[in-house]
Design a protein around this ligand. Structure first.
Ligand SMILES: [Zn+2]
Length: 54
């Protein structure tokens, strides 16, 4: 895999956020990486911590 693609995929993985309420995953904007985002499925707030690794 070329390093450019690998970097993109790494970034996407890093931006993945799992909703604590509905458990669905979504990708947040890079600019919102450090922010609490609102789940686009159920509207719950998802903190920036990586909750998928509990
Ligand atoms: Zn949700």
């Amino acid at each position: 895999m070329n390093p450019f693609l690998a970097a993109i995929m790494g970034t996407l993985l890093h931006l993945k956020r799992k909703c604590p309420k509905c458990k669905r995953e979504q990708v947040v904007k890079a600019s919102e990486k450090q922010k609490t985002v609102v789940c686009k499925f159920c509207g719950a707030k998802i903190p920036p911590k990586r909750i998928d690794q509990e």
